[in-house]
Design a binder for this molecule. Structure first.
Ligand SMILES: Cc1cc2nc3c(=O)[nH]c(=O)nc-3n(C[C@H](O)[C@H](O)[C@H](O)COP(=O)(O)OP(=O)(O)OC[C@H]3O[C@@H](n4cnc5c(N)ncnc54)[C@H](O)[C@@H]3O)c2cc1C
Length: 387
């Protein structure tokens, strides 16, 4: 069992850390203030540095490295601000990886190089007003008509909704009920019949747009079919990697909260000595560190033993679920240990606490992950619909 990173992985991690800390810290603060996503110029810069295709095949403009390398970089960016990390999340662990694995060569050539160059962002549109945890209740339809596919329906909560250049839309491609009829189609932003609702105002996730997506007879070429009906299992395989990305965003947020807390409690004095000299503070810091380290091990284990690129549902759900709970606790402790400054918008602790909460809902809620874990342990799915 190997617990240390290779020299190349450490160098990549260091490169990402110093770039993100030096160049993007101020950008993250601006995003937090304005709620606007990372600019096009910055995305191009990330593309030039290779950060938007770390684990994407070189044939499509990526670096061709592994998912662990992608997650090492993602964590460093997430430490600075989730919104500066978001394009890396979407391109290296999100819908782009599903397109890379399951799309046609011509579709991949149309989309992936521009994503890797930072010229296009692809979001995933799975959830609907009446299909959240019960995702297989989704009703958005996609009908193949000759050389076209026509889509109709409403999507909700897509991160990047209204801002992204394209969407991997989970949809119903046949009459077959439940998961059996579901597949996915790539839909470009500016097509007739595609429109967006008002921008959602969320508790956190500033700089990541979210809006309803209305598909009213949107027509795309048949080549945009990524996964046909019956391929829901494939989509979920790709989603196992997205879960590890979600867990890594938590890891970045939590490790930054820990670093800030360590610095603050050594500097701030009360009763004539630094806060860190109080044993109750030491215990809290130790608990934070233990949780962060454990989450990192679970995430790295999940991607390290992934077969064929995608981790198992059990490994990825355990990593996500643990990291989702961990980041809420760690950022909560950070706010508390920084006292009034923890609660003030002058410091990033409160922002991290707000962002932390969202990851335990996005990508499947914490309790749904726990149901997945139990199902993997007993070797069968539990029917959530049985009365
Ligand atoms: C910040 C954020 C980003 C998101 N980004 C995206 C995105 O990019 N693309 C996208 O498609 N969607 C996205 N989502 C949507 C997300 O996937 C859903 O919100 C999530 O799956 C939960 O669905 P829901 O909100 O409908 O809640 P519901 O399904 O209504 O669940 C509400 C509560 O009930 C619990 N619950 C439901 N069913 C069960 C059950 N069987 N057993 C036990 N408990 C249960 C849940 O755990 C949850 O706590 C995002 C959401 C958030 C908050």
């Amino acid at each position: 069992m190997e617990f240390s990173l290779s020299a190349e992985q450490k160098a990549l991690q260091q490169q990402a850390r110093s770039f993100a800390q030096k160049e993007l810290a101020e950008v993250g603060r601006e995003i937090e203030a304005t709620n606007e996503p990372l600019s096009k110029e910055w995305k191009r810069r990330l593309g030039e540095m290779g950060f938007l295709g770390i684990n994407v095949d070189q044939a499509y403009g990526g670096l061709g490295l592994g998912s662990l390398e992608a997650l090492l970089v993602l964590e460093e960016f997430a430490k600075v601000h989730p919104a500066v990390a978001f394009p890396i999340f979407e391109s290296c662990v999100g819908p782009v990886k599903a397109i890379e694995r399951f799309g046609s060569d011509s579709l991949k050539r149309r989309i992936l190089p521009s994503v890797c160059r930072g010229e296009a962002v692809v979001a995933v549109a799975m959830s609907e007003p009446n299909a959240g945890s019960a995702l297989t209740d989704l009703t958005t339809s996609a009908t193949i008509e000759g050389s076209s596919i026509v889509l109709a329906g409403t999507k909700r909560w897509s991160s990047g909704g209204g801002h992204a250049d394209g969407y991997l839309v989970y949809c119903r491609l046949s009459e077959a009920p439940g998961a059996k009829g579901i597949g996915a189609v790539y839909v470009e932003k500016d097509l007739p019949g595609l429109s967006f609702g008002a921008r959602e105002m969320l508790m956190g996730f500033r700089g990541v747009h979210s809006a309803d997506i209305f598909l009213d007879g949107v027509e795309v070429p048949a080549d945009n079919l990524v996964v046909p009906a019956g391929g829901f299992g494939k989509l979920m395989e790709a989603f196992d990697l997205e879960r590890c990305g979600n867990a890594t965003m938590c890891l970045g947020i939590a490790s930054a909260a820990l670093e800030d807390t360590l610095a603050y409690t050594q500097e701030r004095r009360q009763f004539g000595k630094p806060l860190v000299d109080f044993q109750a503070v030491q215990l809290k810091i130790a608990e934070m560190a233990m949780q962060v380290e454990a989450a990192r091990l679970l995430v790295h284990r999940a991607v390290s033993r992934a077969e064929g690129g995608f981790p198992s549902v059990a490994d990825s759900s355990i990593a996500k679920c643990f990291a989702n709970e961990m980041v809420r606790q760690v950022t909560g402790h950070a706010v508390q240990l920084m006292g009034g400054y923890g609660y003030s918008k002058a410091y990033p602790a409160e922002q991290r606490f707000r962002d932390a909460w969202g990851w335990g809902i996005a990508g499947g809620s914490i309790d749904i992950q726990k149901v997945n874990i139990a199902a993997a342990l007993v070797g069968r799915r539990f029917n959530q619909r049985a009365q």
